[in-house]
Every structure is written in structure tokens, then in C-alpha cells.
Design a binder for this molecule. Sequence first.
Ligand SMILES: O=c1nc[nH]c2c1ncn2[C@H]1C[C@H](O)[C@@H](COP(=O)(O)OP(=O)(O)OP(=O)(O)O)O1
Ligand SMILES: [Mg+2]
Length: 203
Amino acid sequence: MTSPHRRFTEDRLVIASHNKGKVVEIRELLEPFGVDVVSAGDLGLPEPEETGLTFIDNAVLKARAAAEASGLPALADDSGMTVEALDGAPGIYSARWAGPSKDFAVAIELVRTRMGDDPDRRGAFVCALALAWPDGAVETFEGVIQGHLEFPPRGSNGFGYDPIFVPEGDSRTFGEFEPAEKHAISHRAIAFRQLVRACFEPD
Ligand SMILES: O=c1nc[nH]c2c1ncn2[C@H]1C[C@H](O)[C@@H](COP(=O)(O)OP(=O)(O)OP(=O)(O)O)O1
Ligand SMILES: [Mg+2]
């Protein structure tokens, strides 16, 4: 049976993200596919306003904006952390909780104080990926990893909320994971496996 997905046949791809930590991870995850990648920041593309109400909506919006502006296929990642005790917050607002200076010490402190001593420490990371072409076609994928939060933050690897997130089955925070270990299990890795199967690997 032929795949219902639009396949990636070009040799260049724009990473539609202005987050340096995320761009590093996406480059590492795409490395085996020999695609020439350039980031939206490198191309001087503007950072679109994320007006969507879901991770998928925002990923599509960012991917389409970059594909239209560059004339190249573009891959966007919209991701965040959801906390049970906060009814899913910060969720799609995960980056915005860090404020205009993108200070995640501030965002982490906000999560800590809002959770207070709630005994429910469960949290998850979600990653939506959208691959968009300049003609408007788009493919979307989503990955989730469950875990719990621990304070104070530990570890200096990764980015964002990694120093407080402990994935199920481990006792270390993602901030204490080596990059390759995070790439084996993360929400982004789960979404990437689907993307690769649908759009990159031969039928
Ligand atoms: O693996 C992760 N480890 C820790 N924190 C993470 C992760 N993945 C997403 N996060 C948090 C921080 C990030 O800032 C926000 C995503 O927000 P999101 O709008 O998708 O990205 P962003 O504004 O940082 O860059 P951009 O929109 O240009 O891709 O969620
Ligand atoms: Mg963003």
C-alpha cells in the first residue's frame, strides 16, 4: 500500500524555530537523513505570533509561515509542558511563562509556586511537529512523554523545563540526561519517529 502522506523529496529544509535549544535537538534528530537544514533564525525569518489554541495549530502556523517566506519546505515544532495539578498549564503557553527575556528560571519558579504542596506531581511534555511545503500542503505528528516534576531544578543539559522534569522509569531530570539519551525517549523523539516513517523513509 502506498503511504497517504506527502513525502519529503527535496534536499533542503528550514527548521521553523527561533529556540536555539530546540534547533540543536532537531538538527541532531535529522542528522541520519542527510538533509541540508537551515534555521528560520539563520534566514532572518520573522517569529510568527502563536495565535493557535492547540500545539498542532501553532506548529502548522509556524511551519506554513516559514515555508511561504522561504520558498522551501519547513518543519516546525510546537511543544510544552503540561502539569496535572495546574489543569494542563503551562501547556501551549510554556514559552510565554518564561517572559520576554525567555528566562526559564522564572518559568520554573512560577510552576513551583503555583503547584505549592499539591501532592499530584504528574507532568508531561508534548511535541507537535508540522512539515509544510510552499504550496500549502502540511503533515502533522504528535509525541507525548509522561513523568513528574521535582524541585529544586537539577542538571544543565537540554533546555527549558528539562531541569525539573523526571520521565517515567528514571530518577534523573532531563537536565541530567545526555543528549543521546533524551533523543531515545523524548516527546520530540516520539513525534520524530512518526514523521520519519511517514515522510522520510522509503515506502
Ligand atoms: O524538550 C523540552 N525540554 C524542556 N522544555 C521544553 C521542551 N520542549 C518544549 N519545552 C518548553 C520550553 C519551550 O520554550 C516551550 C516551547 O514553546 P514553543 O512555542 O514551542 O517554542 P519556542 O517559542 O521556544 O520556539 P519556537 O516557537 O520559535 O520554535 O516549551
Ligand atoms: Mg514559540
